[in-house]
Design a protein around this ligand. Sequence first.
Ligand SMILES: N[C@@H](CCC(=O)N[C@@H](CS)C(=O)NCC(=O)O)C(=O)O
Length: 218
Amino acid sequence: MQVTQSQPIELFYWTTPNGWKATIMLEELAVPYTVTFIDIGKDEQWTPDYETVSPNHQIPAIRDPEGPGDAPITVFESGAVLLYLARKFGKFYPQADERARTMVEEWLMFQMGSFGPFLGQAHHFNLAAPEEIPYAIERYRKIAERLYEVLDRRLAGREYIADDYSIADIALFGWALRFNRHRIDLDDYPSVRRWFDAIGARPAVQRGLAVKPRPSDV
Ligand SMILES: N[C@@H](CCC(=O)N[C@@H](CS)C(=O)NCC(=O)O)C(=O)O
């Protein structure tokens, strides 16, 4: 049964890999949504109001006025947001097929647990740390390469990370977009490169990435 959304979902968002997962998903679903920009560079996540939506004061999060039982619901953590939206609208997550669903969940968890948190550490030590710490830079460089090797092996001969385009592709793509910051050359990973270009060419993905507070933001 097709689920319709009358009132827009409110997305709490900033232009980051975890934020893009949510805009891409909402665009792919073509459901109405509004965006509340939370500029984490200006610490706008640190308000008591936002804590009621996102207990760890991070983006993304959503408020769906038409949640279960027709009552509002808030969801924080990007993986939970993707799963909630996928279940609600019955897309990009093969709920009825245990084997296919488990495959999507494995790769979604791989992203949430590794291909994100570790790459974020690489960004920190490559670009933000107040001093250069060769040990940390090297540690996260090696981990980034290992993660891309895993992804490249998985994508060899496959169009998508699971059987069909899914929330696992959406989640992984958001982070792969930052390959420059974690100092990965995508051309060293030809299967990742092919997948990355194909996902990036999807119109909904492009619309999701275009959600910005100012046109000049990257
Ligand atoms: N596990 C969280 C991580 C979210 C996250 O790291 N969000 C970052 C932006 S990508 C953030 O809000 N940073 C601000 C802060 O931590 O104060 C998720 O997947 O939603």
